[in-house]
Write a protein that binds this ligand. Structure first.
Ligand SMILES: Cc1cc2nc3c(=O)[nH]c(=O)nc-3n(C[C@H](O)[C@H](O)[C@H](O)COP(=O)(O)O)c2cc1C
Length: 218
């Protein structure tokens, strides 16, 4: 049965009775080396604004993309761009023994945004060679939400097979593919379209992105 609670002003719902699946438990957020760093940065900002606790992990190439696409060189620059960090804990992707690696730690789920095809393939195979891969593996085994936001084009058969495998295992494959039916006027609106879909899948009721109603635009 769905349960609702308040986190920092946002209504959050939880559809499972898993003891660790509480509405106020942290979200694990991973940024990897696919194009689309602005999605990850905006998602972190939105979670911070909503007062949602975040466990943050950024891969080595994720940092490179933050530099190249957002001009964010280090943690200090990321903090400056993403609001209140009082509920953010950041972990080293090389530390496979850190908190997000444990299934017994409370979590409301994990988002990999953006998700490289490399990380996606590793999660699909359960290799757990980094903290990001291990945390995603834990989300699957604990039956918690795992939302993967890939960005690649075109997709190879391997990419498609890995995504199918992950979808069958319970992950939500949510490509960074913004819609245009709301006639976006800015890159920020395109980014918010995708981020709004992610937060909706986390059960967060945040006023982000358009909601389609036939014949009307919000
Ligand atoms: C500038 C740049 C852009 C990239 N863009 C993508 C991309 O859009 N999608 C993707 O799957 N991989 C992309 N890659 C490749 C990944 O970064 C690479 O496979 C890397 O090993 C992924 O490692 P990670 O998943 O640990 O971050 C890009 C790499 C660089 C340097």
């Amino acid at each position: 049965m769905a349960r609702a609670s308040l986190v920092g002003g946002a209504v959050v719902t939880s559809s499972s009775g898993h003891a660790a699946d509480r509405g106020d438990a942290p979200v694990t957020l991973a940024l990897t080396g696919a194009s689309g760093a602005p999605y990850g940065v905006r998602l972190l900002q939105v979670l911070n604004d909503a007062g949602v606790p975040v466990r943050l992990i950024i891969s080595k190439t994720g940092w490179r993309l933050l530099r190249e696409e957002e001009g964010i060189d280090d943690e200090a620059a990321l903090r400056e761009r993403t609001g209140d960090w009082s509920r953010v804990s950041i972990y080293d992707d090389a530390d496979r023994g850190a908190t997000p690696a444990s299934g017994s730690t409370a979590s409301r789920g994990m988002v990999v945004c953006p998700c490289s095809m490399g990380t996606l393939a590793s999660i699909a195979q359960g290799t757990t060679r980094s903290l990001i891969e291990r945390s995603a593996d834990v989300a699957l085994k604990e039956r918690r939400p795992l939302i993967l936001v890939p960005r690649e084009t075109p997709y190879s058969i391997l990419h498609l097979e890995n995504m199918l495998r992950l979808s069958r295992a319970g992950a939500v494959v949510l490509p960074a593919s913004p819609g245009f039916y709301h006639r976006p006027q800015s890159i920020e609106e395109l980014v918010d379209f995708v981020v709004g879909r992610i937060t909706a899948h986390l059960g967060l009721d945040l006023p982000l992105g358009p909601r389609w109603r036939s014949g009307e635009r919000e």
